[in-house]
Write a protein that binds this ligand. Sequence first.
Ligand code: GCO
Ligand code: MG
Length: 405
Amino acid sequence: MKIEDIKVIVCSPGRNFVTVKIVADSGVIGVGDATVNGREMAVVAYLEEHVIPCLVGRDPQDIEDIWQYLYKGAYWRKGPITMAAIAGIDMALWDIKGKLANLPVYQLLGGRSRAGVNLYAHAGGSDIDDTIDKAQTLVDQGFKAVRLQSAVAGLKTTYGVVGDKKDYYELQGNRPLPPEEQWCTQKYFSMIEALFSEARRRLGSGVHLLHDVHSRLTPIESARLGKMLEPYHLLFLEDASIAENQQSYELIRQHTTTPLAIGETYNSIWDCKDLIQSQLVDYIRAAATHAGGITAMRRIADFAGLYNVRTAPHGAPDLSPICFSAHLHLNTWTPNFGIQEFVGLGNEQIRSVFQQDVMIKDGMAVVSEKPGLGVDFNEQAAQQYPYKRSYLPVSRLEDGTVWNW
Ligand code: GCO
Ligand code: MG
């Protein structure tokens, strides 16, 4: 069997997605997600110029050899662009393998560990009350776990919160230059404990609560936050600090029993090796699209399992439904799976481009039983929504210093 053609399609049905489509000579088609938010065209160039010419004519069944060829064979390893390109190819090859075997991908991975995949939904509000009202609505819909993000008084914008009361913060594919946002740790600390104490008072102890710091704090500030939030027993505190220096999590860990999660920007097992091995985190949030596909995620999950670290894949709206579906297959199999981030199945345009076979009920997703990944990519529909340059925001402290967004 041979790979006949590989295409990269960029579309913007509300936001940009980079989709890899592989056609095998038997006519079987596989699709993968290679989206890097705000850097989409760099992945397209990497694939078109440097990857696709090497793959046409190869056997699409040789997933492992192709993965190693693209990773080791490039000499230049890792990095978000390289690993997203590998991921897009890898997912499409698993999709093809499933279709050839007439099995859903989770069966190829080893079969089920669970009936369904627990999800956490997002509640982001303009103040504490609004955030908890939104969380209550999600609980009423059946979600058992909710991430709380509230606007910080005195700052123009806050991560995770509805921007100017317009669209959901991530769904805007219309930022031709990076907008600038502000950060002030002191103002954040004046709000954050009240958010969780009020949430526990109103929502009770039966719902799992989560929070994303989005790397705004230093390690010692994260330690303080973790301690402060202990009485409200979060499922996890996400991205408390940047862990380019993985050792910095030792400091946070020494001070708090609040469970820690990290990893949405990680590109390989090497980025999280020390954190996992030293048991400095409880959840690893790597995504198939950014960490090298299903082949790589499987290795991260197994490695994490040795150290009681569970997986909690990134599920923001900038990961396409193909990635969400890949995660559902992985999560259905992964023995040490924890929870999946979930922001809905996208707007009508997204759903017209990516026809996904999934059932969501009572805060749980049930994976597709269709052969492969279970997503039909409608290329004609995608053509109606051409790429639009769109950046993530940049963050500054109140004195103008560039800070972590
Ligand atoms: C999350 C993430 C996202 C990222 C986004 C960047 O936890 O879902 O932090 O909100 O900011 O995916 O592209
Ligand atoms: Mg996050």
